[in-house]
Design a protein around this ligand. Structure first.
Ligand code: NDP
Length: 291
């Protein structure tokens, strides 16, 4: 969004938070962003995005927004240090995979624990993986992981999947996918990398060990939209509601990336919606020049 806004010569200010770069910055390798035929480290890609936005005059500050007032333009955006007034706002606050909050999860994140099979599945060629969850994401990604892994073990806390029937049929028919029902993962084990998980059957209380090279956690995403509760329309899962041109329900406020996307969650789709949001902001500012 900032690249397009800056290049349209709109004075553009990015409050990027204290850890700029978003989810790509936490991804080891991005293998599917166009233009990088050999892949690119997520951190490097994020830095390249930043450099490109700055080349067009965007000012990027490492400030976390603490409060917004979107009741009427000019809108007010406050961080701990500053208050900004803006004629148009693009919300691109992203989403975070929900975490299990169990021992070993933080320690092995990016070294055997992942929430992105599209990003990391490739590293599990002929290996064994555990997938935690029973929704569409867990089953869709389990099916994807069978392209690489020898065996995919889905650990689900109930005895019935939440995922749509077609995914269930495909997963039950796939000889590489096993299910461990009524069970939760209580600990991720390993030394340099993951070697296994400890599970507990929630019916019997019995604990077991499963040997594995990787753990993919798909227990839902959390859009980072809490700042906008009561100011923008959110859906029942907390995603900001957008039309196909990235408009929110407030004229002059646009939205891009994972905070409005429960489905695709890819760097390329986020970047695409960012470009649209900025072009729509430019159009909006041209239509209301008195702003
Ligand atoms: P969901 O909320 O649909 O599913 C989350 C799953 O994780 C549920 O099975 C839930 O169990 C389980 N879970 C939640 N918390 C815990 C926990 N603490 N410990 C263990 N298990 C837990 O999230 P998804 O990310 O799967 O999907 C989000 C949205 O995106 C949905 O609307 C989905 O349809 C959509 N989507 C669509 C896809 C597609 O069509 N290709 C692919 C991916 C997502 P329980 O069932 O017991 O609640």
């Amino acid at each position: 969004a900032a690249i397009y806004a800056g290049r349209a010569r709109i004075p553009t200010h990015v409050c990027a938070g204290t850890l700029p770069g978003g989810q790509p910055a936490n991804t080891a390798d991005v293998d599917n962003f166009p233009g990088f035929p050999s892949g690119v480290a997520g951190g490097e890609l994020a830095q390249r995005f930043q450099g490109q936005a700055e080349r067009f005059g965007t000012e990027i500050v490492p400030e976390t927004v603490t409060d917004v007032d979107l009741s009427e333009p000019p809108f007010t955006i406050r961080s701990e240090r500053n208050a900004y007034r803006a004629q148009a706002v693009i919300v691109a606050t992203g989403a975070a995979p929900r975490r299990l909050g169990i021992p070993g999860e933080d320690q092995f994140y990016g070294r055997g624990v992942s929430s992105c099979a599209t990003c990391d599945g490739f590293f599990y060629q002929d290996k064994q993986v555990v997938v935690v969850g029973g929704g569409d994401a867990a089953i869709d990604e389990s099916l994807f992981l069978t392209r690489f892994a020898d065996k995919v073990t889905v650990v689900h806390r109930r005895d019935e999947l939440r995922a749509t029937k077609i995914f269930q049929e495909q997963a039950f028919a796939n000889p590489k996918i096993d299910f461990v029902w009524d069970s939760v993962v209580e600990e991720i084990l390993g030394e340099q990398t993951v070697t296994g998980v400890r599970t507990r059957n929630v019916q019997s209380g019995e604990t077991s060990m499963i040997e594995t090279d990787g753990v993919f956690v798909y227990i839902g995403m959390e859009p980072k939209s809490s700042l906008f509760i009561g100011q923008l329309e959110l859906d029942s899962n907390g995603y900001i509601v957008s039309d196909r041109r990235q408009h929110t329900n407030v004229p002059g406020v646009f939205v891009a990336g994972d905070v409005q996307d429960p489905h695709y969650r890819q760097v390329v789709t986020a970047a695409g919606t960012g470009a649209i949001a900025a072009m729509e902001a430019e159009r909006y500012l041209g239509k209301y020049p008195h702003h």
